[in-house]
Every structure is written in structure tokens, then in C-alpha cells.
Design a protein around this ligand. Structure first.
Ligand SMILES: [Zn+2]
Ligand SMILES: [Zn+2]
Length: 118
């Protein structure tokens, strides 16, 4: 299996409601105990990632739909090597974050307008 040296995160910013995508480098981030994903438009915090152990992350996402925080447990391997992984709001079932490779994520189109209405 091919090992990627980055993961891309598509988000819907809970602060300015812009859709964006950040590309994180394995070399820069995978050794850190915790890091934050920020909106490229407004600089607000989208998600915070804390390493629980050598093999798992606790991902805390600010939800644009219910304005609450949701937590997800992902393995380090899932975070860095998934091709397409959706983290959804448990209440509205809308996508909060999509984590994966650029081959499977193109800018913006994982989200559609219906994600903004409830
Ligand atoms: Zn923003
Ligand atoms: Zn939510």
C-alpha cells in the first residue's frame, strides 16, 4: 500500500461559514501531541487534535450546525491514511470534516447547499 505524506481536511468553518481545505504534512504534524486546524479565511479554530496514545487521536470539532463541540476517536493511521473519511454531526448528520487524500477530495464539492439548511 502506498503511504501518503500528507492528509487533506475539508471543513465548513463554524465562524464564517466558508468552505475550505487544509493540507497537513505528516512530517510537520504527526509527531506533535496536539495541533489545531484553523480556517484559512478567518483564522478561527475548526478542530483540535490531541494524541491520546501513540496510536490514536481525539479529534474535537466545533460544529457549525449546533455550535457545540463533537469528539471523535480516530487512529493515527486513519487520520493520515484514509482516502475519504467523513466526520458528521450526531444531531444533524451533516458533515463537519472530511479527511482524506486529494484524489478523493476536490475543493468544496463534498459539501452542498443543503448542508446549510436544517
Ligand atoms: Zn472561517
Ligand atoms: Zn453538531
Amino acid at each position: 500500500m502506498k503511504v501518503r505524506n500528507y492528509t487533506s481536511v475539508c471543513y465548513l468553518c463554524p465562524h464564517c461559514l466558508e468552505i475550505g481545505k487544509n493540507r497537513l504534512s505528516v512530517f510537520e504534524y504527526s509527531g506533535k501531541k496536539s495541533f489545531v486546524i484553523r480556517c484559512e479565511s478567518c483564522g478561527g479554530t475548526i478542530a483540535r487534535i490531541d494524541k491520546n496514545s501513540t496510536a490514536s487521536y481525539d479529534v474535537s470539532v466545533v460544529c457549525p450546525f449546533c455550535k457545540d463541540r463533537h469528539n471523535y476517536d480516530l487512529t493515527v493511521h486513519e487520520f493520515w491514511q484514509s482516502n475519504f473519511l467523513e466526520l458528521a454531526c450526531p444531531d444533524f448528520e451533516n458533515k463537519l470534516l472530511i479527511i482524506g487524500s486529494d484524489e478523493f477530495l476536490s475543493d468544496g464539492d463534498p459539501y452542498d447547499e443543503s448542508d446549510f439548511s436544517d
